[in-house]
Design a protein. Structure first.
Length: 327
């Protein structure tokens, strides 16, 4: 069985690493899902600890509370997808299990909102709703060709599998990759999309400058949005694999804005935004696609000049006008 462990709010890197070490005491097959979750395959641990998966989850929750003051939510299921869905279906701070039984899986998915499925943001949920596909069971019962006409061939097939609780992926153990993070917390819940875009621009500027200063590039960009809803403050995380590894701020900014726009939050009240650069690599070995135009080279020369100004006069010496006053 698989455990999906949700630690609540995004955790600082040192705390997150200690949490992963704690999970590793119960199973060597643990996968980091930074900044606020992890997967653990405990199939080989139940006999050793003489406890079932729920018993191991209770031990992990108790230890996380004692050592870190966290009320961890745990979902248990026969695959990573169902474990994740179980964790998020209900109030935080509990253990919820989807048994490894086809009938139990069908009952669990019945009535599950389409927006609860991974990869279905508000915009996709609205598209599906326009066709009457508001729940996982309705999606699973829809002919594959119909879904592919709505969403495209690959996305339609992937969504239909997820709606049926099918997930062929396995928990991948390994060391937590190094990341670079930047976060902006609004003074109050922010519903103005322009201010959120300005904050994202500021975060992309921070990430790009740090990556270039450390002579690193990133291949994966992750956006975490904490927003207010009827249950309190909820976090949603989306990632994007870039076409090439980069530390170029305009590309990071464009990817961040694309991630934010795909969420379809519109006038949602947002408490904080966080960007994480992942899959880091040495800038010296990164390949760069040629553009055969002056604009990209000019932008990079300006960026290099801005980096020199920041190094001499401080991090806030050069920044876009839209981000004035942000820290």
């Amino acid at each position: 069985m698989i455990l999906y462990l949700h630690f609540g709010d995004p955790q600082p890197d040192p705390v997150y690493r200690r949490l992963l070490d704690m999970v590793g005491e119960f199973t060597p097959v643990a996968q980091a899902l930074p900044p606020d979750a992890a997967l653990a395959d405990v199939s080989g641990s139940t006999r050793y600890f003489d406890r079932d998966a729920a018993g191991l989850a209770a031990l992990i929750r108790m230890r996380a509370a004692a050592l870190h003051g966290l009320d961890v939510t745990v979902g248990i299921g026969p695959n990573p997808l169902l474990a994740r869905l179980a964790a998020h279906r209900g109030e935080p701070g509990a253990i919820r299990t989807v048994p490894d039984d086809p009938e139990a899986v069908t009952r669990f998915l019945a009535g599950l909102p389409a927006s609860a499925l991974p990869g279905v943001g508000p915009a996709t949920a609205r598209t599906l709703a326009s066709y009457g596909l508001r729940t996982a069971d309705r999606i699973a019962a829809t002919p594959l060709l119909t879904l592919q006409r709505i969403l495209g061939a690959a996305s339609g097939r992937e969504l239909r599998d997820r709606a049926a609780g099918i997930d062929p992926t396995r928990v991948r153990s390994g060391a937590l990759p190094r990341t670079v993070d930047a976060e902006h917390r609004f003074e109050r819940d922010e519903s103005d999309a322009a201010r959120r875009q300005a904050a994202l621009t500021h975060l992309a500027e921070q990430l790009g400058a740090r990556l270039r200063d450390e002579r690193q590039t990133c291949r994966v960009l992750t956006l975490t949005v904490q927003y207010a809803d009827r249950t309190g403050h909820t976090s949603i995380t989306r990632s994007r694999t870039l076409s090439e590894a980069t530390a170029h701020t305009p590309r990071l900014r464009a990817a961040a804005h694309t991630l934010h726009g795909a969420l379809g939050l519109q006038r949602a009240r947002v408490r904080s935004l966080a960007l994480r650069a992942g899959d880091l690599g040495d800038a010296a070995s990164a390949s760069r696609q040629l553009t055969f135009g002056p604009d990209d080279d000019r932008a990079r020369r300006i960026e290099a000049a801005a980096d020199r100004a920041r190094a001499r006069f401080g991090a806030g010496a050069v920044r876009p006008a839209s981000t004035a006053g942000m820290r």
